[in-house]
Design a protein around this ligand. Structure first.
Ligand SMILES: Nc1ncnc2c1ncn2[C@@H]1O[C@H](COP(=O)(O)OP(=O)(O)OP(=O)(O)O)[C@@H](O)[C@H]1O
Length: 319
């Protein structure tokens, strides 16, 4: 059996009285993307700092490609690279100069360094920006230079700590493309994020943390199934029908409804979501009740719960 890229067993980290990690375990196979999800303060960054040897665990074990993060820290540092939400770039230098700084720090020199930089410029499509100072680049472009700089050393495992926090949707999409391309190259990635959509799109497996503990783990599909039933989503034609429909759906578990029974200004048509424990039979029941009352709908259907709904349910249960 191949050694996993990341193995974490009962990892604990205490800061004085604060228990940031209360014994988490997880495993990431080589070439996979793990999405580590959790609200603020749940322990995501602490996990990444322990795995990248920036801090030592209070107890438990973690291995990168079979090497212990405490006992073999120097070897682990050769295998991993970390890039965070706060870019570590020098704003006064150009994109290429930044890549060169990272290369020199890791012992690359001369022709070897130049070849590696040219490869990264091509891979990250930085041709037009290579000689521009980082201070003049857009947020998304900076993030790409930052990820490129983390790859100068060709790490086996890349830690991306909230790589798209603060980016606009277009820049976020461009970072997603970058992550997908790295995955296709076979780099193992541990991605921390607060964006469920990001994990849903990019991650092979997801681990959800809450207050220093793992509250759920699995593929995005498994997690959606874990909270049980699918949901029935109804979009009404008339805002004025909302309160009546809530009454008509009595007995079904309401997951989402416009506040105080009226549609919010941003929503053209009010949307209600109820749990559908019996799948299509629940949808048929909803249709029958609405038809019986003469309520018109724009759309009605069965869907899996979103990861956001899964996450809210799991963290509510755990707190
Ligand atoms: N150096 C430190 N000293 C004391 N407490 C710390 C330290 N670093 C983290 N903590 C605490 O440990 C807990 C976990 O923090 P951590 O930064 O790992 O969470 P996070 O999930 O990354 O949150 P965020 O999304 O806000 O970055 C928090 O309660 C935090 O206050």
């Amino acid at each position: 059996m191949t050694t996993p890229a990341i193995e974490v067993v009962d990892l604990v980290k205490n800061y004085g009285e604060v228990s940031a990690l209360k014994g988490i375990s997880l495993e990431v196979a080589r070439g996979e993307v793990l999405g580590l999800l959790g609200p603020n303060g749940s322990g995501k960054t602490t996990t990444v700092t322990l795995l990248s040897t920036l801090q030592r665990p209070s107890s438990g074990h973690a291995r990168i490609c079979g090497h212990d993060v405490v006992g073999e820290a120097a070897r682990v540092r050769e295998l991993v690279s970390l890039t965070g939400q706060y870019a570590s770039l020098d704003e006064g230098l150009t994109a290429v100069e930044n890549l060169a700084v990272f290369g020199r720090l890791t012992g690359l020199r001369g022709r070897e360094l130049k070849v590696r930089i040219d490869e990264l410029v091509e891979q990250f499509d930085l041709g037009a920006e290579r000689d521009r100072r980082v201070a003049t680049l857009s947020g998304g472009m900076r993030r790409r230079v930052d990820i490129a700089s983390a790859l100068v050393t060709r790490p086996e495992v890349l830690f991306l700590d909230e790589p798209t926090t603060g980016l606009d949707p277009r820049s976020r999409a461009s970072v997603w493309d970058t992550v997908a391309a790295l995955r296709a190259e076979g780099i193992t990635i541990l991605l921390t994020t607060q964006y469920l959509e990001e994990a849903d799109r990019l991650a092979d497996h997801i681990v959800m943390l809450n207050r220093g503990s793992v509250v759920a783990a699995g593929t995005p599909g498994q997690l959606k199934q874990q909270v049980g039933a699918a949901v029935c989503e109804v979009t009404l034609v008339e805002r004025g029908d909302t309160a009546r429909v809530i009454d008509l759906l009595d007995g079904l578990e309401l997951v989402e409804a416009p506040e105080d029974g009226t549609a919010s200004g941003a929503q053209a048509h009010p949307r209600l979501v109820v749990r559908a424990p019996d799948g299509m039979a629940t949808v048929a029941e909803v249709i029958a009740r609405l038809r019986g009352a003469g309520i018109d709908v724009v759309d009605i259907g069965l869907r899996q719960p979103s990861l956001d709904e899964v996450f809210l349910q799991l963290t509510e249960t755990a707190s």
